[in-house]
Design a protein. Structure first.
Length: 233
């Protein structure tokens, strides 16, 4: 990322915030950042600069790139901004967090391993207490992906979005996980099978048309545990 002098960075951020008509409290809350840290930097206090990660969170909360946020002459990506689900209300006890939706699917066709290099196709801004009951992981470890195929029906239908906690890399406790099995990203029920010589996992589907199978634990790359799904009626 381009280096900015602290004063130039302060002016760019303040100009962007003013154009949006946002308060500091609103912007930092949606970005999942400390309002005090932001204000300290803007006032020239002990925070001498903002990290790339902090700038990325501020930009993601607005649905733009860091470059567009800091360069007013550059057009903003309105298509990306329109994808943000902004649930905005004043509730200090329940701040907002940003969850990234990755441009990959859990399916039984070709796929790739989920990692930090995956393309983010949208950001979802949601209340923190939406995920607190099911995980204590930070919001940057929680990803959203889309289900493709029918192997997990009726529990998970094609087109549904699922929340995945990528901090879970071991099949314990048993549950639904997103895995890379050497051929594809798939969504499966996983159960660890203890074996001193060759630990294994049992992979099963919700759809009885797909028989369960066992694989060596070492051959299964666990991307994360499924926390839940979005459903609309």
């Amino acid at each position: 990322m381009q280096d900015y002098e602290p004063d130039d960075l302060r002016r760019a951020l303040e100009n962007f915030r003013s154009r949006k008509g946002w308060s500091v409290n609103h912007w930092t809350k949606v970005a999942g950042l400390s309002e005090g840290t932001y204000r300290n930097f803007m006032k020239g206090g002990s925070e001498k600069t903002l990290t790339d990660k902090t700038l990325h969170k501020l930009a993601s909360a607005a649905g733009v790139t860091v470059h567009a946020m800091l360069n007013p002459a550059e057009p903003e990506d309105n298509d990306n901004a329109s994808k943000i689900l902004s649930l905005t209300y004043n509730n200090p006890s329940n701040p907002m967090i940003v969850l990234s939706e990755l441009n990959i699917s859990a399916m039984s066709g070709d796929g790739s391993i989920m990692d930090e290099e995956e393309e983010v196709k949208a950001n979802w801004v949601v209340p923190k207490n939406l995920v607190e009951p099911v995980t204590q992981s930070s919001s940057d470890r929680i990803k959203i992906i889309t289900v493709v195929g029918n192997s997990m029906e009726p529990d998970f239908m094609a087109g549904q979005r699922v929340l995945v906690d990528t901090s879970h890399s071991k099949p314990s406790p048993p549950g639904v996980y997103v895995i890379w099995d050497g051929m594809a990203i798939i969504l499966k029920h996983l159960e660890y099978i203890h074996d001193d010589e060759a630990p294994r996992v049992r992979l099963s589907s919700s759809n009885p048309q797909f028989p369960p199978r066992e694989e060596p634990l070492a051959s299964v790359h666990i991307n994360g545990r499924v926390l839940g799904k979005w459903t609309w009626t």
